[in-house]
Design a protein around this ligand. Structure first.
Ligand SMILES: Nc1ncnc2c1ncn2[C@@H]1O[C@H](COP(=O)(O)OP(=O)(O)O)[C@@H](O)[C@H]1O
Ligand SMILES: [Mg+2]
Length: 265
């Protein structure tokens, strides 16, 4: 079933001393339950803007977004905030954990806004989720005493503790070394599979992008499929568990070269 759909979506911002800037144009995109989507693109191509729209953090200036069939433009900011809290989990490059709060306090945070029984069970739920990401022994650790990979695992536990239908990850491995990044992605995919969540990953790393089933790219605000779609069923389980970089496909390698050129430039 469709979670969110974008139809002809654009995002233009007004600027005081310059003509309006179009960051995204004519984006058509549908994310269904359990989907695995990656989005690559140069820095400045509109990836985070797209993620903010998918995350109901921002509203489009053109086109229509529907969340669970409801037109987002008709929903109040308060309603959007509730939908976001209950249905969407975010994972960012810089982890964005609350400093001075333990791992379990960080993971419990989203549950403070839960109007159901999860509020009362928040300590147990957060403990379970930290156990699930392999941090059962670290629940009282402070983020600044944890490695990058551990901090990102706390962030994943926090994103998933309310069992969102949609996980949005913006460069989730960008601050991690290759091996840790691969481990963290595998974990996020596993937990997403268990909870049936859809996962949209924005990344510069073609090996990370390839782990998804649907591969998209953004170029100057225009989205298009990468022409390397695998056969029926998408990425095979063997591919998904292969070591990072073990499977190369030409079109993504081409994107890699572009990104690398840009990084080196
Ligand atoms: N609110 C805004 N006002 C002006 N320019 C913006 C705003 N948000 C994003 N931009 C610009 O739009 C472009 C795309 O931004 P972003 O979506 O963050 O790209 P990416 O995540 O792909 O690097 C960038 O050039 C950025 O500077
Ligand atoms: Mg970005």
């Amino acid at each position: 079933m469709s979670i969110i759909s974008l139809e002809g979506v654009g995002r233009t911002v007004e600027r005081p001393d310059a003509p309006p800037l179009t960051i995204l144009s004519s984006v058509d995109l549908e994310i269904a339950d359990g989907d695995r989507v990656s989005v690559v693109g140069r820095s400045g191509s509109g990836k985070s803007t797209l993620l903010n729209l998918l995350g109901l953090l921002d509203r489009p200036t053109q086109g229509t977004i529907r969340f669970d069939g409801a037109e987002v433009r008709r929903l109040s900011d308060a309603r959007l905030a509730r939908l976001r809290g209950a249905s969407i989990g975010f994972v960012f490059q810089q982890f964005n954990l609350l400093p001075g709060r333990t791992a379990i306090e960080n993971v419990m945070t989203p549950l403070l806004y839960d109007r159901g029984t999860a509020f009362w069970r928040r300590e147990r739920l957060a403990t379970e989720m930290l156990g699930r990401v392999g941090l059962g022994e670290r629940i009282t650790s402070m983020p600044d005493r944890m490695s990058g990979g551990e901090q990102q695992r706390v962030a994943i536990a926090r994103a998933l503790v309310r069992r969102p239908r949609l996980i949005l990850a913006d460069e989730p491995t960008g601050a991690l070394d290759l091996e840790t990044g691969g481990t963290v992605m595998a974990l996020m995919e596993e937990v997403a599979r268990e909870t049936g969540a859809a996962l949209v990953t924005i990344t510069h790393d073609p090996a990370i992008a390839r782990r998804a089933v649907r591969h998209l790219r953004l170029d100057a605000g225009v989205i298009s499929p990468l022409d390397d779609e695998p056969g029926p069923g998408g990425t095979s389980p063997a591919d998904a568990t292969a070591p990072i970089g073990a499977v190369e496909r030409a079109p993504l390698a081409r994107v890699a070269a572009t990104e690398t050129d840009e990084v080196l430039a």
